[in-house]
Design a protein around this ligand. Structure first.
Ligand code: FES
Length: 468
């Protein structure tokens, strides 16, 4: 009998130089950026419906939700991007609450995709998601979106990934992608957690690091109690820690994701060890950094492209897909007479009687009307008037002031989370007036058409009447 466990010297695999995403050659084969963008079809943000097919509990109070698109298409995305999901938190007859979650799966396995959600006991959405999203749950999504992702091709793929807590989610997508692709790469991961048993994905990370010589994973526990047998790093991120795991950090592209304080200190420390700002990519959901500005510009463009593609599909779904190059013939969607994509997959059985029903299509926005707000009190100074109908107040503002800040100062209750036009939580209905909105995927085209807008990233162009 052969002893399969005997250690024999193993040679390193031979690999092509650098790392290349599988879609890169297809993109390169399309002439010119405009036709490439058009041909990208499934690779660009879209509005779609997906059903949960699996839930996987993870360490650290996290849960992975695996989905598949209901139209049978693969979800094409870049590792590190996120999707915006509408959750019917307040019931199917109420407006859903939108949240953005990073994709944790690899786009090299596009037929299902996953998001990993950390349960925040005081939060509105994450406890609901943990409790209610089950196999069979159907949710509206928009995506993929996000400028925080690996390049499509990298001749010298040398990366340092810094992750803290739930920040491991997009980093996990990147690692799974690199692990699944051929090509030379050199990856160092430094993963900070609050407690020894709280590192999500640690079993898979250990496996990947044990079989893929391109990837090294280091763990660090923060300031709190450490078990005696802890062998990883201790304490917050320091430049010495970075130096130890990656003495050549200044020759690597650095991707970092975690809480804002962690990212702020990572930026300083990376500069200290000689990493140039242009080599640092961060998943930032707040703050006022240059990276955020670039991020906003890229996302705004992505949302525009999504809108254009949605219009193309609405006009003629069949023509649109037939015009795609044969190289994109990854799937053949079915159509009904109106050009609507048909689900062709197997019907899915919900697990257990407690599985929630499918999310209903959001109720249409109330009919636009111009109510009389002349009896309301008026506060503030400025050239324009915002009338908040439910609150019963008029606020005078200047055209360049973001509407959310003005509303909150005047005591108008509008929920808000990211304040960057991404999460959709501040969405309200505009009853009359014109706005300039610079959103980043937090609102769908059909919602804009129905008169909704995101006050956190909007300014008024004229007097306005708002349903808030
Ligand atoms: S979109 Fe997040 S607060 Fe406005």
């Amino acid at each position: 009998m052969i002893d399969v466990l005997t250690e024999t010297p193993v040679q390193e695999p031979q690999r092509i130089r650098g790392l290349e995403m599988p879609w890169n050659r297809v993109m390169g084969s399309i002439e010119g950026p405009a036709s490439a963008a058009k041909a990208l079809g499934p690779w660009h943000p879209q509005e779609f419906v997906a059903e949960c097919v699996e839930t996987v509990p993870e360490a650290g109070g996290m849960m992975t939700f695996v989905f598949r698109r209901c139209d049978g298409a693969p979800l094409a995305f870049r590792p590190g991007q996120y999707v915006n999901i509408a959750f019917p938190v307040n019931g199917d007859d109420q407006e859903p609450v939108d949240r953005s979650y990073s994709l944790s799966s690899s786009p090299t396995q596009p037929w299902t995709f996953s998001v990993t959600v950390k349960r925040d006991p005081g939060g509105l959405v994450s406890p609901w998601v943990h409790q209610n999203v089950r196999p069979g749950t159907v949710l509206d999504m928009l995506g993929p979106v996000g400028a925080f992702h690996l390049p499509d091709a990298d001749r010298r793929a040398r990366y340092l990934f810094l992750a803290a807590g739930a920040g491991i989610t997009p980093i996990m997508s990147m690692m799974r992608t690199i692990h699944s692709l051929a090509g030379t790469a050199d990856v160092v991961v430094l993963y900070h957690g609050a407690e020894a048993g709280g590192f999500a994905f640690h079993r898979e990370l250990a496996y990947i690091a044990s079989v893929d010589s391109r990837i090294k994973v280091f763990y660090a526990l923060g300031d709190r109690g450490r078990p005696e047998d802890w062998e990883g790093f201790s304490g917050r991120l320091t430049s010495a820690m970075i130096d130890e795991v990656a003495p050549d950090a200044n020759g690597r592209q650095v991707y970092a994701c975690g809480p804002e304080g962690y990212l702020n200190s990572a930026t300083e420390l990376l500069r200290k060890v000689g990493v140039d700002d242009t080599s640092i990519y961060m998943e930032f959901f707040s703050g006022d950094r240059q990276t955020l500005l670039e991020y906003q510009a890229e996302l705004a463009l992505a949302a525009d492209i999504a809108g254009e593609i949605a219009e193309d599909i609405a006009e003629s779904a069949e023509d649109y897909f037939e015009s795609q190059p044969a190289a994109f013939g990854m799937y053949e969607p079915g159509y009904d007479e109106d050009g609507t994509l048909q689900a062709t997959g197997l019907a899915l059985e919900a697990v257990g009687p407690e599985a929630p029903a499918a999310a209903a299509t959001p109720a249409p926005a109330p009919e636009a009307q111009a109510p009389d707000a002349s009896s309301f009190d008026t506060v503030g100074t400025g050239s324009l008037t915002l009338s908040f109908m439910r609150t019963g107040i008029n606020v005078r503002i200047d055209p360049e002031e973001p509407i959310l800040g003005v509303a909150q100062r005047a005591g108008v209750r509008i929920g808000a989370n990211c304040k960057e036009g991404m999460c959709g939580s501040c969405k309200v209905v505009r009853l009359s007036g014109e706005i300039d909105m610079n959103h980043q995927g937090g609102i769908r085209k059909r919602e804009i058409d129905a008169g909704k807008f995101l006050p956190c990233c909007s300014t008024a162009r004229t007097d306005m009447v708002i349903d808030a």
